[in-house]
Design a protein around this ligand. Structure first.
Ligand SMILES: *[C@@H]1O[C@H](CO)[C@@H](O)[C@H](O)[C@H]1NC(C)=O
Ligand SMILES: *[C@@H]1O[C@H](CO)[C@@H](O)[C@H](O)[C@H]1NC(C)=O
Ligand SMILES: *[C@@H]1O[C@H](CO)[C@@H](O)[C@H](O)[C@H]1NC(C)=O
Ligand SMILES: *[C@@H]1O[C@H](CO)[C@@H](O)[C@H](O)[C@H]1NC(C)=O
Ligand SMILES: *[C@@H]1O[C@H](CO)[C@@H](O)[C@H](O)[C@H]1NC(C)=O
Ligand SMILES: *[C@@H]1O[C@H](CO)[C@@H](O)[C@H](O)[C@H]1NC(C)=O
Ligand SMILES: *[C@@H]1O[C@H](CO)[C@@H](O)[C@H](O)[C@H]1NC(C)=O
Ligand SMILES: *[C@@H]1O[C@H](CO)[C@@H](O)[C@H](O)[C@H]1NC(C)=O
Ligand SMILES: *[C@@H]1O[C@H](CO)[C@@H](O)[C@H](O)[C@H]1NC(C)=O
Length: 364
């Protein structure tokens, strides 16, 4: 079943063509000097200092050789927390709105000790993740889609006795309210794949600044691509964007199904899946691309035909779980062409049942 669940990617720079507005973006450069407010040119994203969001911690800068290999300046500074068990950021947001919340960590031997720490990351009082720095030179990140219940969120770092916690950047992106809806719980990114592509993307290829990777899926696929101009492209609410949708995969053997499967760590883990489709070929009158989508052998969606230059997103209205989860795209009897898929997002449900506020020592 070949999908790897860990992606600690060095992000490739997105070539800049034009600046866009960034409504609903909050981008915080942790450890930047007070008053810092700048646009990172390679991303065209505006970052501000973290001074208004926290009053504890110590500002740090990654080692100079790390600065040379990381071009984006929001990665150069960080804030570390040698004092106190738990230190929290408090960020004002719009309650009830849907957010993509991302934290980034680049150790970069900022303390000259060459000792990568491990610490806990909390959202309010809830454990979000245990951050284990795998490689001092690689930017790690956590992403969650969450609807805050209060007018602010708290992001806390907890010293668990395995080194000094730190954080490099915090990024919040407002998503459309009626997208990524769950029956309960928040959505932690498990995989987000720009299929058929050879590189990673984020803003401005993606209006919501989701991180897209090529994904190392060990299935035998053929890459397809087409050029899609932004102005002729019809988006849906998930807005995967023309760049992401301009590549796709199809089974190398045209009669074989296109299979995407994974084995959850726990059988009770719940997943939500979002598949994005665009037909990349102009079909002649005697050509049909039509397929059924099955999930663990059960029909999930039938007689589906992707639309030319337009996005269709097929997603799970409720959580999916199992020992193994296997989606299979199978061409129908009428189809003259094999199935395709352009992009897929897989999220794992995270139940945050504690308070949204951290109530302990160390909260601001
Ligand atoms: C940062 O600068 C931009 C552009 O000058 C301005 O619109 C924005 O309000 C500033 N943000 C902060 C937090 O000062
Ligand atoms: C957050 O909101 C509170 C209450 O409205 C306000 O007092 C505070 O100044 C805001 N903080 C920032 C950083 O904007
Ligand atoms: C989403 O819902 C919240 C709360 O109802 C509302 O304040 C916000 O304006 C909505 N956002 C969008 C983009 O519709
Ligand atoms: C850390 O990542 C860098 C850059 O990808 C790589 O060159 C290096 O070998 C990695 N180090 C370890 C210890 O894996
Ligand atoms: C990706 O790389 C492969 C092998 O280098 C190449 O054949 C293919 O055309 C590339 N695909 C895209 C979409 O650039
Ligand atoms: C489709 O139609 C074209 C002409 O309209 C014809 O040349 C071609 O052979 C047909 N292809 C198939 C698979 O029937
Ligand atoms: C696709 O689904 C339809 C039910 O809507 C079924 O009749 C058909 O046999 C299925 N085709 C394949 C190839 O599974
Ligand atoms: C398959 O093709 C037949 C004959 O053209 C047509 O009657 C039928 O409606 C088609 N089925 C689907 C699901 O499109
Ligand atoms: C939160 O959920 C976990 C796992 O479902 C459970 O073990 C824990 O007791 C719950 N905590 C509260 C405060 O409800």
């Amino acid at each position: 079943m070949g999908m790897s669940s860990t992606f600690i990617g060095a992000l490739v720079l997105v070539i800049l063509i034009q600046a866009k507005g960034q409504p609903g973006f909050i981008s915080i450069d942790c450890g930047a000097e007070a008053g810092a407010n700048y646009t990172e040119p390679s991303l065209q994203i505006n970052y501000v200092s973290d001074e208004n969001f926290i009053n504890t911690g110590v500002r740090g800068t990654i080692a100079s050789e790390e600065i040379n290999t990381h071009a984006q300046q929001q990665l150069w500074r960080l804030r570390s927390f040698p004092e106190g068990k738990t230190n929290c950021y408090k960020i004002n947001i719009t309650r009830g709105s849907n957010y993509l919340i991302r934290t980034l960590f680049l150790y970069g031997n900022y303390d000259g000790r060459n000792m990568s720490p491990q610490f806990d990351l909390l959202l309010g009082a809830n454990l979000w993740d245990t951050v284990t720095i795998q490689n001092a030179s690689i930017t790690q990140f956590n992403e969650i889609i969450h609807v805050p219940l209060l007018d602010f969120i708290q992001i806390c770092l907890v010293n668990t006795g395995n080194g000094t916690p730190f954080i490099t950047a915090i990024e919040l992106r407002t998503l459309k309210n009626d997208t990524y809806v769950t029956e309960s719980g928040s959505l932690e990114r498990y995989l987000r794949c720009d299929l058929g592509s050879n590189r990673s993307y984020r803003y401005w290829a993606d209006d919501y600044d989701r991180f897209w990777f090529t994904c190392d899926i060990k299935e035998v696929w053929t890459q397809l691509s087409a050029s899609i101009s932004d102005d002729s492209f019809f988006e849906n609410d998930y807005k995967p964007g023309a760049t992401i949708m301009s590549t796709a995969v199809t089974p190398a053997n045209g009669n074989a199904p296109l299979v995407i499967g994974w084995e959850p760590e726990h059988e009770t883990d719940e997943f939500y899946v979002y598949m994005h489709f665009t037909e990349l070929q102009v079909l002649t009158t005697n050509q049909t691309r039509q397929f059924n989508i099955t999930m663990n052998g059960e029909l999930w969606f039938s007689n589906f035909s992707p639309q030319y230059m337009s996005v269709n997103t097929i997603y799970s209205p409720s959580g999916i779980s199992g020992k193994e989860i296997k989606f299979s795209l199978e061409r129908t009897e009428n189809s003259t062409l094999p199935p395709i898929i352009n992009a897929i997002e897989i999220y794992k449900v995270k139940q945050f049942n504690q308070s949204d506020t951290f109530q302990g020592h160390g909260s601001p």
